[in-house]
Design a protein around this ligand. Sequence first.
Ligand code: FAD
Length: 562
Amino acid sequence: DVQQQKSDSVAAVKHMKWWGWGVEGVAFHHDDKPAFAPFVKKIVGVELSSGQHDTGLKFDDLTVPASIAGPEVVDSLVQIVGADAVATDDHDRVVHTYGKSIRDLIRIRAGILARVPDLVVYPADEAQVQQIVDLAVASDLVVIPFGGGSNIVGSLEPLPAETRTIVSLDMGRLDRVLDIDEDSGLARIQAGGQGPDLEEQLNARGWTLGHFPDSFTHSTLGGWVATRSSGMQSDKYGDIADITKGLRVVRPGGVLAIRAVPSASTGPSLREMIIGSEGRLGVITEVTAQVHRLPEKREILAYLFPSWHDGLAAMQAIAESDASPSVTRVSDSHETAFSFATSKPGKGISQKITDLLPTLLKAKGWDVDAMCLSFIGYEGGPEHVARTQKTVGRIVKANRGMAVGTGPGKLYDQKKFDTPYLRDFFMDHGGAADVSETAAPWSKLRDVSSRVYAAANQAFDRIGVQGWIMGHLSHSYHSGACLYFTFAFEHGDDAEAQYDVVKHAIQQAFIDTGATVSHHHGVGLEHQPWMSQDVSPEGVAVMQGLFDSADPGRVFNPGKVT
Ligand code: FAD
């Protein structure tokens, strides 16, 4: 057993709670949001307690399968990274087993640990990653690269029947911005850095990556690339697939290096093959990313629309216009009601809208229950921001919407990274909640959203629960947009089976309406059942052929994606 004092740099690697989202000691409560508990009771019948809730979960209650790593493997890894950077203790191994999907959380809370990595290794640089990979191939080990552990598609968990030694390769020590080519706006960045650490280093030199997924605080650049992630400001900065220009990927015997050029005509794109490969083609050690100068001005404005259809029409018109906002987002009426219920009285979204309600109802004859809240972000020089706001203002008006000002947008911007804590609190009270996201052409979006609602409601009926579904549009493109749905219900004894029914119904509705199985969460194990319907059986065969030839020994995160 290798249980040494960890060196500073290994100890500095940040991990989330073994049982839930974020850091120990931080939790959601609703004491300052009086409308929240009655709202939750009304929509799903779950009774919430007040104050901070103690989950009662104890790590020592878990039965963790013993590590099967033999002393030779441990010794060889210690030779490469040093004794302090190899962990075989149960806590480290469990933290590296799952991501943060509802399925993961249900299982970890129930102590279900079919297969756990046998050891965790923390390389300090690319040369060590290369040695680990070469050892893994020579010794028939499995390597699962680990970023922040925030994925929600089962792309980290070891296959239950795996009999070989499984190494979780934690990239957390490779967290530096190495170099910025200021002429070109290109930064060489190590893959293991988490969002806030990378932005801090870039911001200090006047730059930003512009990639802000809701999981920003606990996910890594390598994880974003490996799952084809998308951030809130993607309308301006692009998805990670647009941001990633060059790559270094450690493979058996050498590094696959993709040079950072603006565009290339060099056969099928290797860069695109690595993006979304979920660890199956090797270990991403470095990304050359396009970076932007920090914007002079940054604002998020809130708008209201009388209906979901008006909101969607406005987002489409904005995408077709000359305006180029950084964020386009509109919530449907259910999500709008949810946002009001999570506001604090006296400020924020609900107060501003409460103040406006008499005017709205009288002057416009709106049905308040159908109302939809939208946030549009603006970034850049003052002239660009002013011009874009003017164009957006005209489009909003033409689609029967109205501006609400900057207050709610500011609040949304400040609070967005706190929301994930809510799900753990909801689970403490017997609730289950998760998300499904997709993208579709503008012509199909309305159909996608109504068919998803119908499918989810039928699924709730089938499992006999009072369920709730809500959604929003985010990430607009020339030809369409991403739709993101959250669903929740009070679960019974078999939460995982109930979740499967609802999740399956929603994902199948995506496929049946011509939408994709995932816009930005990836495939993992969770979305695999729909892959051949999404990319065609031939497409799956081509992907499988790639994985088989690039990794004949099934060393790299086997079983994920296809
Ligand atoms: P991990 O979960 O550690 O790993 C994910 C996959 O990538 C695994 O297959 C792993 O093997 C592989 N991998 C990781 N690092 C490397 C590497 N260096 N080389 C090769 N393979 C690697 N996603 C979004 O895109 N946008 C969002 O707004 C968003 N919001 C979220 C909010 C919440 C509350 C949660 C729980 C998740 C959210 N996600 C979101 C999903 C998740 O954060 C992303 O999938 C993220 O990109 C995962 O990054 P990670 O560093 O945590 O990767």
